[in-house]
Design a protein around this ligand. Structure first.
Ligand code: ANZ
Length: 945
């Protein structure tokens, strides 16, 4: 019988689906194991062979754990809100829910074809109301919470209100807006309801505030920092500008330190931890106040607060620089400088923050005309503005120390701001510079001769005494903007009163479902697409959505028009999978108590500062409020590498429709153009006729071949539909089967590394599978035949060697080496002519995680009624590996003459007797009696004399 992968795979996929083989047990007495891969956004293009890499690895591990007796939860779902479906809706008018459904169905077919052991009964889709009810619920809980720095955790807003009523906010250590005023209990109690709400918004963990945002006019929406790459949108590459808008924000900064600390407790890849650490950007330093000096024009004094990581350099300050957006700029600028300052501020508003950060060459700035007093010497310090100082970092102002900071130095040089004489003519790179810098820093005497740390400590102490500074810790992490001006996202369960203050819907009214709209574009007045809905008002009495026409701001109010960002739905999905159909809670205490956390999470490193940071933040919040038992949800995380595609390029003669074969292009003016790599064979020859029908611009083109063939250039790059280098798993499953694809993806190389795809390599794993199959089919006419007798010691050794290696490899997520061990194993067993059940049965279980379809088929043929999925994992027995004999070198007077295979458990005397009895020994001795026989058991025998 031959290995008919098509029939076998279809049979078992149906079997698994019909019997729900991989449904996690609930409730269960077994120990739990939760294996998770990042759920996909179901795009219209479907899966390519790069996508399943992490899924296969995770599935192997999940299957392995099932054999080990764990109750395995391996769920799958869809991150199904998002931009592409909405863009498509804008172009075609099709409802994003419909296209999303179509795409999901296609994904599901492709996933099923690969034989994953998912518990599909737990599927989630973030765009389903029953799911996003809980995304809305978390938003409401965040709104209803504040961060108490004294207890270092989030608490219900009611405890904050109680504190305000009893003692105002004096002495309260809480995460809040930087400019929150101080008030007493009496003041609080005298506030109007609206004033109180406004004050509470400054403390809530999600709050509405005017914020500088990344606005992408082309996409018509705000983007998060991690969605902007090099000043353009990550999706589509459109320009992004800074703009002030009222937006929902998440006070993730309250968790900055805990997000850092938590990294020490989780087994995540170091590069990913580094990326999060840098993104959070902790800086230890001081905040220092410089008081402006009053002038005739501006009699008031203002505090300019700066953040510095080098308080020890305070005596080297020769000027100050404010960000152009700094609120004091207008107040302190002198009339003489007003014009220049206004022009400068306007010009820099046109540059994005990223541009400003990236640009280290251009020195630009302008003098405000104002001076501030040095907090320790009292000397006047000129105040400038410059766009190298960012409004959003620290306090948006710096004390400039040309002797310590390159940018300050360049700035001073450029504008001729006096720097202490001794620095003139010395470049910062020079060695002498550091000595001079130290001399200036030490200038005051009282910190002279101290190390940087101690000097900083003393400067801070001196500043504190004067009430002009204190030690602070600053984080680069910003609060996360949470509003998007899109249709296809979670609606906020929020309505607005006449004063424009937000109110939450009652919890029992969730989910607030997305309304229908005619158009998915922003409205003519620039409102988000939900502004097109005519039924998008909240009737607070009836507790129901109603027509906008009824809005009276008394009982009927307008609903929020923004929707939530892409990361909302993915920030708690791992907990929802534990109890996905619960409509009373996001997850029940019983379910979270049992499943607790994700044991292994596999996904792409591109989510380092997006999903993987936001989800940790929400988890910590959920933990603080007592809904989950752990504050890190994934103990172990693995970033799978990328599978790279091999793109094909042809050369177009510039300005023509003539294309040159690779060899002809040298020395010509040509542009390389990507073409469909599927039209190129293994010898890099392009099927030009197929190309003509691939895209219309090639229909009439001229192709110049060399020696009758048209050759392309190849380049290995990211596999992507836009690069025309994708390989579709469907074709491969068809031709070689899912088991071969699974083995091959693992065989390509270490999981974490990027590696190029090469379809030709599949035939190798395919013949391995056929060989494996043949081991069980050695009967007449290759029929199934397995013998019940004792296997040979050799075969047992091969089996146990493989069990040991493969088990160690799986535990280290080293799947490529397991595949080679299987290959060696099958070769050895074939050579040994092994046909015994005692070897072949455990082998089937061993390979099941990798090639589950074939394993099931063999298992059934071996006479089992049940699926192989929960068959116990073969136990490793080291006894079979112990070598029982040894090839002894037999020497005469130190010279090796021959070798003898002897049992290892012989005593010295027995060994000597056996050696002496051998004919070859007698021949060497030729009748002589040896003087001495030296026997080292397990090593050598030497006969002397
Ligand atoms: C004086 C000084 C002397 C500084 C010196 C550095 C070296 P990190 O580590 O990134 O936190 N700074 C502060 N706020 C800024 C802003 N909004 N835009 C641009 N630069 C800003 O760096 C903090 C340092 O960056 C601060 O310490 C400040 O310059 C500058 F020898 O103060 B320093």
């Amino acid at each position: 019988m031959f290995y008919d992968h098509k029939e076998i795979e279809a049979k078992w996929q149906k079997y698994w689906a019909d019997r729900q083989t991989f449904k996690a047990e609930w409730p269960s007495e077994k120990p739990k194991f939760y294996a998770l891969t990042m759920f996909p956004y179901p795009s219209g293009a479907g899966l390519h062979v790069g996508h399943p890499l992490g899924y296969i690895a995770c599935d192997i591990y999940a299957r392995f754990k099932r054999h080990q007796g764990f109750n395995v939860l391996q769920p799958m779902g869809y991150d199904s809100f998002g931009l592409p479906a909405e863009q498509y809706a804008i172009q075609t008018g099709q409802h994003p829910a419909l296209t999303t459904e179509v795409n999901i169905n296609r994904y599901r077919e492709q996933l099923d074809a690969l034989g994953f052991s998912y518990d599909w009964s737990r599927e989630v889709r973030t765009s389903r109301p029953a799911y996003y009810k809980w995304t809305q619920w978390i938003f409401m809980q965040l709104f209803d919470s504040w961060y108490n720095r004294e207890t270092d955790r989030a608490e219900p807003i009611s405890t904050l209100v109680a504190r305000f009523e009893a003692g105002g906010n004096q002495g309260l250590d809480a995460a809040c807006d930087a400019d929150t005023p101080i008030f007493t209990a009496t003041q609080w109690n005298a506030y109007t309801a609206a004033e109180r709400q406004r004050m509470l918004l400054r403390y809530r963990l999600t709050y509405l505030a005017e914020a500088e945002v990344n606005w992408c006019p082309e996409l018509g929406t705000v983007l998060a920092n991690d969605e902007v790459v090099n000043g353009v949108s990550e999706r589509g590459g459109f320009p992004v500008v800074r703009k002030k808008m009222t937006q929902w924000s998440m006070r993730i900064t309250a968790y900055a330190q805990r997000l850092l600390d938590g990294l020490d407790r989780i087994d995540w890849p170091q590069p990913l931890k580094d990326a999060q650490t840098n993104w959070i950007g902790r800086s230890v330093g001081a905040s220092v106040v410089f008081k402006t000096q009053p002038t005739a024009h501006q009699p008031d004094t203002f505090d300019i607060e700066v953040f510095t990581t080098r308080p020890d350099t305070i005596f080297g300050v020769s000027f100050m620089t404010l960000a152009p957006e700094h609120e004091l700029v207008e107040k302190i600028t002198t009339p003489e400088q007003a014009r220049a300052v206004q022009d400068y501020v306007a010009a820099s508003a046109r540059r994005s923050e990223r541009e400003r950060m990236a640009d280290v060459k251009t020195v630009s700035g302008v003098f405000t005309g104002a001076y501030a007093a040095h907090p320790l010497t009292g000397e006047p310090v000129p105040v400038w503005i410059g766009d190298y100082v960012l409004a959003g970092y620290g306090t948006g102002a710096v004390m400039a120390v040309p002797c310590g900071d390159q940018r300050d130095f360049d700035f001073a040089r450029h504008f001729g701001i006096p720097i202490p004489n001794i620095f003139e003519g010395v470049s910062v790179e020079e060695e002498a510079y550091e000595d001079k810098q130290n001399a200036v820093i030490a200038n005051s005497g009282f910190i002279s001769g101290l190390g940087q740390k101690e000097a900083a400590r003393q400067v801070i102490a001196a500043l504190e005494e004067k009430g002009l500074g204190r030690g602070t810790i600053n984080y680069r992490l910003r609060d996360a903007v949470f509003s998007r001006q899109r249709y296809w996202g979670e609606p906020f369960p929020v309505y607005y009163d006449a004063e424009g203050l937000p109110h939450l819907l009652p919890e029992h009214c969730l989910p607030l479902e997305l309304p229908e709209v005619e158009k998915y574009l922003p409205t003519e007045t620039g409102e988000p697409p939900l502004g097109n809905a005519t039924r998008w008002a909240w009737d607070a009495q009836a507790e129901a959505v109603t027509d906008n026409a009824r809005i009276d701001h008394k009982t009927v109010f307008p609903l929020e028009l923004n929707t939530m960002p892409g990361w909302a739905g993915s920030s708690q999905y791992f907990n929802r999978y534990m109890d996905p159909r619960n409509d009373q809670a996001l997850v029940s205490p019983e379910a979270i108590g049992y499943w607790k956390d994700v044991d292994v999470y596999i996904g792409g490193s591109e989510h380092a500062t997006g999903h993987l940071l936001y989800s940790r933040f929400w988890q910590k919040f959920m933990f603080d409020r007592g809904w989950v038992p752990v504050d890190e949800y994934a103990q172990k995380l693995i970033n799978q590498g990328m599978i790279l595609g091999t793109s094909a390029f042809i050369h177009r003669r510039s300005g023509t429709q003539t294309y040159l074969s690779s060899g002809l292009a040298k020395g010509e003016q040509t542009e390389p153009i990507r073409v469909d790599a599927n039209l190129v064979n293994a010898s890099n020859e392009l099927d030009t006729e197929a190309l003509r029908s691939w895209q219309p611009q090639y229909a009439e083109a001229e192709f110049l071949s060399e020696n009758g063939v048209f050759k392309v250039d190849r380049e290995v790059e990211k596999m992507s539909k836009s690069k025309y280098n994708v390989v579709n798993p469907d074709q491969i499953c068809e031709e070689y089967g899912a088991d071969a694809l699974r083995l091959y993806e693992m065989f390509l190389g270490p999981l974490e590394q990027s590696k190029p795809w090469n379809t030709a390599g599949l035939s190798g794993v395919y013949s391995f599978l056929k060989k494996l199959w043949r081991l069980y089919h050695q009967g007449p006419d290759r029929s199934f035949e397995v013998l019940d007798g004792e296997p040979s010691a050799e075969s047992l050794k091969t089996l146990h060697k493989t069990i040991k290696k493969v088990t160690e490899d799986i535990q280290e997520f080293s799947f490529n080496t397991s595949v080679s061990s299987f290959m060696i194993c099958v070769n050895e067993l074939t050579a040994q002519n092994c046909r015994e059940r005692a070897v072949l049965e455990p082998l089937a279980v061993l390979i099941e995680p990798y090639a589950p379809h074939m394993a099931e088929e063999l298992w059934q043929k071996l006479g089992h009624q049940d699926s192989i999925a929960r068959a116990p994992y073969p136990a490793f027995n080291p006894d079979f590996l112990v070598e029982s004999t040894k090839e002894y070198p037999i020497s005469f007077n130190g010279k090796l003459r021959f070798t003898m295979e002897l049992p290892l458990d012989l005593s010295k005397d027995e060994l000597e007797a056996r050696v002496m009895a051998d004919a070859r020994t007698q021949e060497q001795l030729q009748g002589r009696t040896p003087k001495k026989v030296i026997v080292v058991p397990g090593r050598i025998v030497n006969i002397v004399g």
